[in-house]
Design a protein around this ligand. Structure first.
Ligand code: FES
Length: 104
């Protein structure tokens, strides 16, 4: 259980509690826009389970979120697999001014 004040989203609450959720498009200098979906978590709301982008989904009293379930891991793997072909063919200069090396 995480108790939080001054946070709006599940991702912010997790960061405040020291819980790591992977992200690609989250940046404190930008408004969250949910583009990458790498931050997906599984929530239970009104007895219903579903996957949501933690950088966009607002925290609320009693909300339960799983940040590391089998379903969450599977969806993050699928997202990486879908994004990988796009990134691997993109010239470095258009990806980032500071190229990052990713080793597999
Ligand atoms: S960090 Fe990219 S959608 Fe949440």
């Amino acid at each position: 259980m995480v108790s939080c004040t001054n946070v709006r989203t599940i991702l912010q609450a997790a960061k405040a509690a020291g819980i790591k959720i992977p992200t690609l498009c989250d940046d404190d200098r930008l408004e969250p826009y949910g583009a990458c979906r790498m931050c997906m978590v599984e929530i239970v709301k009104h007895g219903r389970r579903r996957l949501v982008a933690s950088c966009l989904f607002p925290v609320e009293e009693g909300l339960s979120a799983q940040t590391d379930s089998e379903k969450v891991t599977r969806i993050r793997k699928m997202i990486i697999e879908l994004l990988w072909p796009v990134g691997s063919n993109t010239p470095r200069s258009t990806v980032s001014p500071n190229p990052v090396s990713i080793r597999g």
